[in-house]
Design a protein around this ligand. Structure first.
Ligand code: ZN
Length: 97
C-alpha cells in the first residue's frame, strides 16, 4: 500500500516536471513523426540560421546588471527568397510561418 502511494507521488512529480519542461523523456524521432515546414512565400525547404541582435538596455528596470546587454535571437532565413521565420518571437512566442 505504502509502495503504491509512493509511486503515485513519483508519477505526479514526473508529470509536473514535464509540464515545467524538465525531465522530458527522450523521444527517438523518425522522419515520419515530423511534418516538413516550407517557406510560405516561395515553398522553399532550406533555411539558414541567423541571429537578430538586440540590446537589453541598462535603463530597463528589469535589467539587474545596470549595463547594456546583447541579446541574440535565433531566427531562420529562407534560402530561396529571404523570408524570415520567428520575427514575432517577443509578441507571442511563436514563429511566423
Ligand atoms: Zn522562401
Amino acid at each position: 500500500m505504502g509502495e503504491a502511494k509512493n509511486r503515485g507521488t513519483f508519477e505526479q512529480r514526473r508529470k509536473e516536471a514535464i509540464m515545467q519542461g524538465r525531465g522530458q523523456p527522450q523521444v527517438q524521432l523518425t522522419e515520419k513523426d515530423t511534418i516538413e515546414i516550407k517557406c510560405k512565400p516561395c515553398g522553399g525547404e532550406l533555411f539558414d540560421m541567423a541571429y537578430r541582435l538586440r540590446t537589453f538596455p541598462a535603463l530597463s528596470p528589469k535589467n539587474p546588471t545596470g549595463k547594456d546587454q546583447l541579446v541574440k535571437i535565433e531566427t531562420h532565413i529562407c534560402r530561396g527568397c529571404g523570408h524570415e521565420f520567428g520575427k514575432s518571437f517577443f509578441q507571442d512566442g511563436k514563429a511566423d510561418e
